[in-house]
Design a protein around this ligand. Structure first.
Ligand SMILES: Cc1cc2nc3c(=O)[nH]c(=O)nc-3n(C[C@H](O)[C@H](O)[C@H](O)COP(=O)(O)OP(=O)(O)OC[C@H]3O[C@@H](n4cnc5c(N)ncnc54)[C@H](O)[C@@H]3O)c2cc1C
Length: 617
């Protein structure tokens, strides 16, 4: 995987060109490599050996405390010591000013080694990064910096039992903390608290990852809640949602614990299919179990303006979704590596020869059977293609933040349409890769003696969280490809067109270039046909097949573009380059043709599922 990673970063994306940007001026190809080396080593030594343990010894709540294996504490201590929590942040806040693409590449090692153990760290940098963007200077100083240093970890509290995909139905309430004695040191009015406007929160948050643990001395929850309007009722819809910092233990403005426990109670742990090493919690805010400063209600400090909560929360959306996609890719990679290794070791069956099978001959490694090779090449095309997708998107994030104005504008447009793909495509096909890895191992793959079943279980989450598959599809077809007159889609088509142009002139790549041109045309026609009547219900009924086809076209494009970076035949392609070209060809031969079925139902606005009476199911 490291060799593929380096090839994609350097030979394909040319990341050293980032060094000319002032923000990255202190870096070099060597500093980038050394970050990757460090992370690869920590992931190999501190995370991978305990991935199974963290799964078997899943978090346990004894009614008072949550217990995790000691290895989880040790692994995260090593992660904190590496400085990776603040990798992309400014030097002034203890960061390394690394490009997003290097930060993501480095974190990929942890997802491969133990996606669940590394979950705590990913949530913490996301939480602190959001506070850097939207917090007050003191909120950044107290809450963000103490997370970047690893003193405290963080969470993201959006979901509620009755509000998952539909966050407009969030029922957690936040009212100004006007109670006498509401402040720690006297009667500081609610709107004059140095840590931010102070509220009392009441409500239940479901599915909160890393919501309880004792890895760090405090946990900083970022919570979405509604502030009642003048009529005492919450504002309907997402416009009514605000964002709050709710520490598990209260702190003062110097960042010291005040000794007060906030009114946040663990109602229980969720027992999951996979990702078991990350605690997953139902949290009760403000039920009075830990009444604080004489009253029930969890104390929270508002971040940003009232009603701006969802906008703040989604500020980091591109990075968060690329992170989820990359996690799905790396789980796929992990399974691919195990199954490839197994296929070389396991002997079974005889090759089919012209004379049929000769039982007198010794069995061969299963790697020699065409069907096993098909499953391995499928995995390779999914996971290496997925890695290219995530690195490409991370590179766009760098352009968005540090590129020239024109490049930044274009990166923003491309990310609009590519982010749903970056999140969803690897969630589906990385999972399929894991399923194929199990298949390569046969019965052994179905046991807990090999890691492939855990990778599959861990990966199954990714189509569900950070916006389900169905919600990503609605976002893509319902919003992203039509917004600004389809500007994002047009720009993407232009980029794909450039690759087609270059590949068309390259020996051996003209055929896939033509196939990609045809696929792009079909995608454009289907997009138009879906919206031909202008009736959203009709257009969006087949949004998920559209998402699948869109993703396959994007991956076919990226594979062709990657193929252009492989040294040409005659110039010692080598087995490494041969493998890349074969994975590209696999994608065109076995995968791209699938788009016809997906786009067929989109184009004719197939009404079957939409119109079937409920009782007919
Ligand atoms: C292990 C795990 C960790 C999580 N971590 C966190 C966390 O840290 N913080 C947090 O806030 N949340 C977290 N979540 C919650 C996660 O984001 C939600 O599960 C997700 O948003 C889906 O919500 P739901 O489970 O209520 O499903 P629902 O919204 O009820 O969806 C059920 C099904 O209906 C479909 N559906 C729903 N609405 C529509 C629609 N309008 N059109 C078409 N289809 C629709 C969905 O696509 C899905 O297939 C986590 C979840 C899990 C399982």
């Amino acid at each position: 995987m490291r060799q593929t990673l380096e090839f994609l970063l350097h030979d394909w994306l040319g990341i050293t060109s980032l060094l000319s940007r002032p923000r990255f001026a202190d870096h070099s190809a060597e500093t980038f490599a050394s970050v990757l080396d460090t992370c690869e080593r920590i992931a190999r030594d501190k995370f991978a050996p305990f991935n199974r343990l963290a799964d078997i010894q899943e978090p346990h709540f004894d009614g008072e405390r949550v217990h995790l294996p000691e290895a989880t504490h040790a692994a995260l201590a090593a992660y904190v010591a590496s400085g990776m929590l603040a990798a992309a942040q400014d030097y002034e806040v203890g960061g390394m000013q690394l490009p997003c693409v290097i930060e993501m590449a480095a974190n990929a090692f942890f997802s491969r080694a133990s996606v669940a153990m590394s979950g705590y760290a990913m949530l913490t940098s996301g939480n602190a990064g959001l506070l850097m963007a939207h917090g007050t200077p003191l909120q950044r100083e107290v809450f963000a910096k103490n997370q970047f240093s690893g003193r405290w970890f963080g969470t993201m509290c959006l979901s509620e039992p009755q509000a998952g995909s539909s966050l407009s139905d969030v029922a957690t309430r936040a009212v100004p903390d006007e109670a006498p004695g509401g402040a720690a040191d006297g009667d500081v009015p609610w709107d004059a608290d140095a840590l931010g406007p102070r509220y009392r929160l009441r409500g239940n948050k479901m599915w909160i990852s890393a919501g309880e643990h004792e890895i760090t001395e405090n946990i900083i929850h970022l919570v979405l809640a509604k502030i009642p309007g003048p009529d005492g009722k919450p504002v309907a819809g997402t416009r009514g949602i605000s964002l709050f910092i709710v520490p598990k233990k209260l702190v003062d403005e110097r960042g010291e614990l005040t000794g007060e426990r906030n009114d946040v109670a663990l109602a229980g742990l969720n027992h999951k299919l996979g990702y078991r090493g990350t605690t997953n919690t139902l949290l009760n805010f403000g039920e009075g179990k830990y009444a604080v400063r004489g009253a029930a209600g969890a104390i929270g400090y508002r971040v940003g303006q009232p009603g701006e909560g969802l906008r703040c929360m989604f500020h980091m959306m591109n990075e968060a979704r690329i992170g989820v996609g990359l996690g799905a890719v790396m789980l796929g990679f992990a399974g691919y590596e195990v199954s490839l290794d197994y296929a070389k070791q396991r002997s079974q069956g005889r090759p089919i020869t012209d004379a049929g099978k000769d039982a007198a001959r010794p069995p061969v490694p299963i790697l020699q059977h065409a069907d096993v090779r098909r499953m391995l090449l499928a995995q390779k095309s999914y996971v290496e293609g997925g890695l290219a997708l995530e690195l490409y998107c991370a590179r766009l994030v760098d352009d968005l933040h540090t590129g020239e104005p024109q490049a930044a504008r274009e990166a923003g447009l491309l990310l609009d349409v590519l982010t749903p793909i970056a999140k969803s495509w690897p969630s589906e096909w990385g999972l399929e890769a894991n399923s194929l890895a199990i298949q390569v191992l046969g019965g052994y793959g179905y046991t807990r003696d090999f890691m492939v079943e855990q990778y599959w279980r861990d990966n199954r989450l990714n189509m569900i969280h950070e916006g389900t598959h169905g919600i990503q599809a609605l976002d893509l077809l319902g919003r992203k490809v039509v917004m600004d007159g389809g500007a994002g889609l047009k720009l993407l088509a232009a980029r794909i067109g450039e690759t087609i142009q270059r590949a068309g002139q390259m020996e051996g790549l003209a055929v896939p270039a033509n196939e990609l041109a045809a696929a792009l045309h079909k995608l454009g026609a289907a997009t138009k046909a879906a919206w031909a009547t202008g009736v959203p219900e009709e257009a969006l009924a087949n949004a998920t097949p559209y998402l699948q086809a869109f993703g396959h076209v994007v991956l076919a494009w990226l594979w062709l573009d990657v193929a252009l970076a492989v040294p040409r035949p005659g110039s010692a392609v080598g087995v490494f380059g041969q493998g890349k070209l074969a994975a590209m060809r696999y994608f065109y031969a076995y995968e791209l043709p699938r788009i016809d079925a997906w786009l067929g139902v989109v184009s004719r606005r197939e009404a079957l599922v939409r119109e079937l009476p409920d009782d007919a199911f």
